[in-house]
Design a protein around this ligand. Structure first.
Ligand SMILES: [Zn+2]
Length: 304
């Protein structure tokens, strides 16, 4: 074989080996000891209001809420999703920081290209879940139908100290906006930053129709299936204890207690920060959202 041809054959063979090494799944091994893991901390539901839609005899009411998840760990949350072709599913690995660089932990979830009225991009599915259940009950009466999340450094954590906070926001992309053909998408949350979604944006709400008078717990929970490796899973849920009363077909809600690190806000002694005046804790009844407001989608939630 002429030497030029041989060199080309060796080079080709080498590139195939490299490609196989990069694409081969690394197994579901734990991250290496000493890896700097993220710690996802679910923030309390915020921006609570009740919106009304529909007119006449059958208006429908929805409890809207903002949700935030911050990273208070020692390493960034990095989701590196990839696929071999545009017809294959986009599957995510989690990359964790180590002293030697980055380690790959497969099985971080699936990304889907979502087409909404005014934006299309790649969402990580199931990153944050919302539910309403009766106080004292275990079954969710209403669950979210959210299509997914475009993770990013949307705000800097200022309400507590995070020693390893990144010097600046890193994950500020729009998750492959208008690019369904991508073969690779990277999203994440840096240490000391959080990802936030505003009330009513892309299903940031739950329907109240059919729920009777009584006490309910609104639970927000990140990493519910524990696909993502973290240093602490004890702060993945936050909840609020609510009182719901209907008057002439119109709901009135009050916040009775806030529970930052628990999904069981009805437990005695758990609730923190119950409002001192009943009026201060009332969830406002908002006017109907316009179609334009509903279609603002992710843009409104991008604080930075
Ligand atoms: Zn989106």
């Amino acid at each position: 074989m002429p030497s030029a041809l041989l060199r080309r054959a060796v080079a080709l063979c080498f590139s195939v080996v490299v490609a196989v090494a990069v694409l081969a799944p690394a197994g579901r091994a734990d991250p290496p000891a000493g890896a700097r893991l993220p710690d996802l901390d679910q923030e309390l539901p915020s921006q609570l209001d009740v919106s009304v839609s529909g007119a006449g005899a059958h208006p429908s009411y929805r409890l809207g809420f903002g949700s935030g998840v911050r990273n208070v760990g020692t390493g960034p949350l990095i989701i590196d999703a990839h696929r071999a072709s545009t017809s294959a599913p986009m599957v995510g690995d989690q990359l964790v920081e180590t002293d030697g660089g980055e380690a790959t932990v497969p099985g971080a979830g699936t990304m889907r290209y979502v087409r909404s009225p005014d934006h299309q991009h790649w969402h990580l599915l199931g990153f944050d879940r919302y539910e309403l259940r009766r106080a004292g009950g275990s079954r969710a009466l209403v669950r979210d139908r959210k299509t997914g999340f475009c993770l990013g450094d949307r705000y800097r954590v200022t309400t507590r100290s995070v020693p390893q906070t990144a010097p600046q926001a890193t994950y500020t992309s729009r998750c492959g906006l208008t690019h369904p053909e991508l073969l690779r998408v990277r999203e994440g949350i840096s240490v000391g930053y959080g990802d936030f979604y505003a009330a009513h944006i892309e299903y940031q709400d739950l329907p109240l129709t059919g729920l009777g008078d009584g006490r309910y717990v609104l639970v927000h929970r990140t990493n519910a299936d524990r696909r993502l490796r973290e240093s602490d899973y004890g702060n993945d849920a936050a909840s609020i204890l609510l009182d719901l009363r209907w008057h002439n077909g119109v709901p009135a809600m009050k916040v009775l207690a806030n529970c930052p690190d628990s999904a069981r806000c009805e437990r005695p002694g758990l609730g923190l920060g119950a409002a001192p005046h009943a009026s201060a804790a009332r969830v406002p009844l908002a006017r109907a959202l316009t179609v334009a407001e509903r279609s603002m989608l992710c843009r409104l939630s991008w604080r930075s």
